[in-house]
Design a protein around this ligand. Structure first.
Ligand code: GNR
Ligand code: NI
Length: 167
């Protein structure tokens, strides 16, 4: 069991662009296991490796109510996207803030699973939102980047202040 530390915005390490995984080996499977435990411990529906300061293209997700349907996306790419939806988003790296973000309504992605097998997934609704949110993390982006500069500055100030008083 390992619960990993989650980086908090505006930590600059969240801006690192993740590299593709070259081989899905035991070290990647251990990372997936630790990330999944960290996601469950933090009550999140997804977690990108970037958020635990590992800059590899690895994502874990679980949108089930029972928290028993973990999903793994390694080296994900979006092949098709269609439509638009707006959903309130939150982020484990931006604790206690929620704001609406516009995303594609449906996407088709290709990714590797934890055995290194390629698979395709058609997603819509919240699943599509979550995948796009996590793929942004791998590209060094955070959902607050889509908000106004004023809102970004307010969120930054509060989280920096909170980090200082928690030291
Ligand atoms: O737990 C999470 N909930 C969530 C809600 C709406 C849109 C996206 C998300 S992802 C987030 C976990 C997280 O920060 N993943 O990077
Ligand atoms: Ni996030």
């Amino acid at each position: 069991m390992a619960i990993l530390e989650i980086l908090v915005y505006p930590d600059q390490r969240l801006r690192t662009v993740a590299k593709p995984v070259e081989a899905v080996d035991d070290s990647i499977r251990l990372l997936v296991k630790d990330m999944t435990e960290t996601m469950y411990d933090a009550n999140g529906i997804g977690l990108a490796a970037t958020q635990v300061d590992v800059h590899k293209q690895v994502i874990v997700m679980d949108l089930s109510d029972e928290r028993n349907q973990p999903r793994v996306l390694i080296n994900p790419t979006i092949n098709e996207q269609d439509g638009e939806q707006e959903h309130d988003e939150g982020c484990l790296s931006v604790p206690e803030y929620y704001a609406p973000v516009k995303r594609a309504e449906s996407i088709i992605i290709t990714a590797l699973d934890e055995q290194g097998e390629i698979y395709q997934l058609e997603a819509e609704g919240l699943l599509a939102v979550c995948i796009q949110h996590e793929m942004d993390h791998l590209a060094g982006k955070v959902f607050v980047d889509y908000l106004s500069r004023l809102k970004q500055d307010r969120i930054k100030k509060k989280l920096v202040k909170r980090a200082r008083t928690n030291d």
